[in-house]
Design a protein around this ligand. Structure first.
Ligand SMILES: N[C@@H]1[C@@H](O)[C@H](O)[C@@H](COP(=O)(O)O)O[C@@H]1O
Length: 325
């Protein structure tokens, strides 16, 4: 990690690109959110890897830093995006759980992380993809903007797993209550804004759609009021994240509308204000809460899977079953 950061910051960079696919892309949105608030000098963009390679942004130059992530390190689009970035002369940092993977071989610098999905072994959240990415972001902000939050981040990450474990207990009665109703739904929307939007996106596309074949869409909490709210009625099912970042008011406004025309029994609200976040720096709570949302919801997903008789990882038809697409 520190050697990747040292190399990436050895000379001036003027733009950061966050690039990945699917669940690995979902963590890039909160990374940009953090960089936007921590750095005045580093603009950034978030791209799906195939879009990045196809769009060929003119802004990509040898002064760019491209941060890419693939849990397996094998996602073809992300490997191709890494090669494309290097061909332009940009610096690349790749995050993966497999340091021998094609992605690791393609990047300039490799940062490894842990994921329970690959090994089945529980991890400490301080070693997760989010944790590593946030360290990179605040490392960049320290190097180029004199931001000093990195020590608070490291201390907070050390206490994060305890906060997640406590959150599992806090949310358990909510999950027990909502699982039987939501498991019967054909459509469940997720909703969030700011730092939590990526977790809502990932839960919609990777968990509800990919692993449970439940129709879903992550709706940005304010965009909801600009079209999507027309589908709302008493049967509509939503999972709303209420985080602690500076966009919380957007999520609260969406909740007010949801509960005005929807039915509370189909609207599951995860409110970070109900959590015990001791040991997490108040200024970073908004950034770290999405890890808690996603991790706790992962357990909720297994509850739904049991009720539906639809195995979480094994029941896929296409993902990891086909490779000719
Ligand atoms: N649902 C999966 C995700 O879980 C995974 O993150 C992504 C990319 O895979 P990887 O992270 O290995 O590049 O593919 C799909 O979207």
């Amino acid at each position: 990690m520190s050697s990747a950061l040292d190399a990436a910051t050895a000379s001036r960079i003027d733009h950061v690109f966050f690039v990945a696919c699917g669940g690995s892309l979902s963590i890039m949105h909160p990374a940009k959110f953090m960089l936007d608030q921590a750095s005045a000098s580093l603009p950034s963009d978030v791209y799906n890897a195939a879009e990045f390679t196809s769009r060929k942004p003119r802004r990509l130059t040898p002064q760019s830093l491209v941060i890419l992530c693939s849990m397996t390190g094998t996602t073809r689009e992300t490997v191709a995006a890494t090669r494309f970035a290097r061909e332009t002369g940009a610096r690349t940092i790749v995050l993966t759980t497999d340091t021998d993977s094609p992605l690791a071989q393609a990047g300039d610098h490799v940062v490894d992380f842990e994921a329970p999905y690959t090994t089945g072994v529980p991890i400490d959240a301080k070693n997760s993809n989010y944790a590593r990415l946030y360290q990179l972001v605040l490392g960049l902000a320290r190097a180029f903007d004199g931001n000093t939050q990195i020590d608070a981040l490291l201390a907070s990450l050390g206490n994060l797993q305890t906060a997640i474990d406590k959150a599992q207990e806090t949310f358990a009665p909510l999950f027990d209550d909502y699982a039987p109703r939501l498991a019967r739904k054909d459509v469940i929307y997720t909703m969030a804004s700011g730092a939590s939007y990526g977790a809502a996106y990932s839960f919609a596309i990777c968990v509800l759609m990919e692993m449970q074949w439940i129709n879903s869409q992550a709706i940005h909490a304010n965009e909801f009021l600009h079209g999507p709210f027309e589908v709302l009625d008493e049967d509509s099912a939503f999972i709303l994240f209420k985080g602690l970042d500076s966009t919380r008011a957007l999520e609260e406004r969406a909740e007010t509308f949801l509960t005005r025309f929807g039915s509370a029994e189909n609207i599951m609200v995860l409110d970070a204000e109900t959590l015990d976040l001791s040991g997490i720096d108040p200024a970073l709570r908004g950034n770290l809460v999405p890890l808690i949302f996603f991790d706790t919801l992962w357990r909720f997903a297994y509850k739904i899977a049991d009720l539906r008789g639809h195995e979480m990882l094994e029941a896929r038809r296409y993902m990891k079953k086909l490779d000719d697409y």
